[in-house]
Design a protein. Sequence first.
Length: 319
Amino acid sequence: MISREKMDKHSKIYVAGHTGLVGSAIVRELKRQGYNSLLMISHDALDLRNQQAVNDWFKKERPEYVFLAAATVGGVVVNDRFPGTFFYDNVAIGVNVIHAAYESGVKKLLYLGSNCIYPREAPQPYSEESLLKGLPEKTNEAYAIAKIACVKMCEFYNRQYGTDFISCMPCNAYGPGDNFDPEGSHVVPALIRKFYEAKETGASKVVMWGTGKPYREFIYIDDIAKAAVFLMKEYSGNEPINIGTGTEFTIGELAEIIKCVVGFEGEVVHDTSKPDGMPKKLLDSSKIFALGWKPETDFETGIRITYEDFVKNEKKYIK
Ligand code: GFB
């Protein structure tokens, strides 16, 4: 059994995926809280899909705590188009890092899952118990099955080896530093970019994907980071923990909010040849609320911050 020591300000903490949306927010939050021994390594220097390289790096660096936020991610269209990549990358990254953490005696690991792992037809809001009680949505089946495998791996290692590996399921994340690529991005950055470019070029309309009818629950990235650090300190157990806000919007409502924040005055039209994906995926976050965490950033504030950052750093985001 690995000792249940609490992370302290000098603990060696590895954030896997530190350049991504979630990982970079976790790094900011850890620094804000005074953790001063953070380990990060770029994708070029360490390919997390290579088990031997990952094992060697863990043996050399000996992290004590691991936030596993590295993943290949993207919006509904790329999930559907590249299932092989989404499956392989996410299984390999998760399996390699979790196994290396076990082998090198990591004290605690937090795995970042996703709301899409829950069965499409399970009752909503999804409680953690609905995991594996049905099939995932087809458009993100590969990503969901990869993430489910890693969530379960944490549980299996706890059961067999006495490790302290936990997992959490955030709802749809957004915030500064996101991917704004028109094809590969998620809906929030995609619509921010589309409305901004339409306003700048004087276009009369913006095309959004699907019917606009699906519901989504969005969470500002700093709130996920606070929840992740909170869970690392306060929670141990085999059951994954949902991280949500409890509030959902239709994609049509989301488009209206972003349109208003950006100040675009034209029309919004729908491209229904693009998939809607899940009709709805609201999380039941009562477990984390009962533990003592709550989201802090209201949706419109988060969208404004994200939009202002996008405008300020446009050149970085539009390559
Ligand atoms: O954000 P998004 O790609 O992810 O799409 P999912 C959410 C909804 O927004 C879908 C609609 O109904 C899209 O059809 N949408 C409207 C758009 N306009 C756009 C647009 O310009 N770009 C995008 N991307 N969507 C992904 C999963 O699902 O989200 C992953 O495929 C993962 O596995 C992740 O769970 C969080 O919420 O549909």
